[in-house]
Design a protein around this ligand. Structure first.
Ligand code: HEM
Length: 414
């Protein structure tokens, strides 16, 4: 489809409804389109990728991890050079058995028992954030409220002292907002050197978080303080310093840049759909579960991840060759009319709601899905209890990205 070019940055600056319409047209095609890849300076690039836009394709590719591999990388369209992979090469970019080993070790921190123990901390953090927002008065919902809870939760989990929280937030903004000049300070025109400078910033942000993790790991080795870092460096099976560094980066990036956008999209959606908001507030505890799932489906904070074919394979009538790249477009799968009735309607009572916002079924399904659901629930409970009139008052300032459906700023009133 000539007028839709997913590899061009301006496509990702189009209004959300126009992008959703482009994906709807892509879903109508007989087979996935092939998208040519952009050249990225200093980084090897391939010919391009197939865009998987249907729910059936995204689900099957996620499930069939032996053929649809997460190696060499799942979170970058181009293969990452070694000088970046050293920071960003955690388990999300690995297949079993390496992936299974790391996932088993880090899953210890995500058991229901540990998560329910965190509930009090979560509540305390949400209360403090809303206290401060009330004291400061309404301004920007993202920086005052939505961005603060997730980063605080991950930092507390890992045992990162509060004085480093801002540094962590700045670094994660650069990592996931790498095409956006507000976070990188680099002019938006898509010029060769600007891309190269963005990559250097990316590496520096990775290095800064890696240093923090290494230092913390050294402090906790043999001196457990009960946080996740202590667990990861002292357990029977423990992580190497390199593994700890890249896992920490994965966790802060995956855990904070996603959940904060779900909270921001949530406020906007509940403002734009007053009937849904009324429905939620009339039975908050009964309906918040469905509302969280629908916010994730409708907004899809993570737009896509990549897979690479390990051998020739036919899926849903389409032939793929060994080495082909595919992108799993969760945003499109989540609006697939073959699965969701009236997919463009925001409906918190939608049931069932088999969205793939946390990834498709398979070994890489989001490790933090339960935690994210709890964070979003606690934050909206706190907001609607203490500021029942809270609403967004203008258009969001969206992040320019083909990876994260992010909101950088959102004006609000109470
Ligand atoms: C609304 C919030 C979130 C969204 C939309 C989201 C989305 C996703 C998606 C789509 C994947 C699948 C990657 C793939 O299949 O290749 C994933 C994986 C992952 N997520 Fe999340 N996530 C969220 C919150 C969190 C939180 C709070 C954490 C941690 C505290 C987290 C940690 C992870 C990790 C570690 C993985 C990799 C799992 C693996 O490779 O085995 N996420 N997430």
């Amino acid at each position: 489809m000539a007028d839709i070019d997913l590899s061009q940055i301006p496509f990702w600056a189009l209004p959300q409804a126009e992008r959703a319409d482009a994906f709807r047209r892509l879903r109508e095609l007989d087979r996935p389109v092939f998208v040519k890849e952009n050249k990225v300076p200093f980084v090897g690039h391939g010919p391009g990728y197939y865009a998987l836009v249907r729910h059936a394709d995204v689900s099957e590719a996620s499930r069939n991890a032996g053929i649809f591999s997460s190696e060499p990388t799942a979170n970058s369209i181009v293969d990452m050079p070694r000088w970046l992979a050293v920071y960003f090469g955690s388990m999300i970019n690995m297949d079993d058995p390496r992936h299974a080993r790391l996932r088993r070790i880090v899953s210890r921190a995500f058991t229901p028992r540990i998560l329910s123990k965190m509930e009090e901390d979560l509540q305390r953090a949400a209360t403090r954030i809303v206290d401060e927002a009330i004291a400061d008065g309404p301004g920007d919902f993202v920086t005052q409220i939505a961005a603060r809870l997730p980063v605080q939760v991950i930092c507390d989990m890992m045992g990162i002292p509060p004085k480093f929280h801002d540094r962590v937030l700045r670094a994660t903004n650069i990592i996931l907002g790498n095409a956006d000049s507000e976070y990188t300070g680099i002019e938006p025109e898509f010029k060769r050197w600007n891309v190269a400078r963005g990559l250097v910033k990316l590496m520096n942000a990775g290095r800064s978080l890696n240093h923090l993790a290494a230092r913390l790991g050294r402090e906790r080795r043999g001196n457990s303080t009960g946080d996740l870092t202590s667990l990861l460096v002292n357990g029977e099976e423990s992580l190497t310093p390199q593994e700890l560094g890249s896992f920490f980066i994965l966790l802060v990036v995956a855990g904070s840049e996603t959940t904060r956008n779900a909270i921001s999209h949530g406020l906007k959606l509940l403002t734009d759909h007053p009937g849904q908001r009324e429905l939620l507030l009339s039975d908050f505890e009964g309906r918040i579960g469905g509302a969280v799932e629908e916010i994730i489906r409708y907004s899809t904070p993570v737009i896509q991840f990549r897979r690479t074919l390990t051998r020739d394979h036919t899926m849903n009538g389409m032939d793929y060759r060994k080495g082909d790249k595919v992108l799993l477009f969760y945003n499109s799968a989540n609006r697939d009319e073959a699965v969701f009735a009236d997919p463009d309607a925001f409906d918190i009572t939608r049931h069932p709601n088999p969205h793939v916002g946390f990834g498709g079924p398979g070994p890489h399904y989001c490790l933090g899905a339960h935690l994210a659901r709890r964070e979003i629930t606690v934050m909206f409970r706190e907001l609607f209890t203490r500021l029942p009139e809270i609403r967004s008052t203008g258009e969001p300032d969206y992040l320019l990205s083909n990876f994260i459906n992010g909101i950088k700023h959102l004006p609000y009133a109470t």
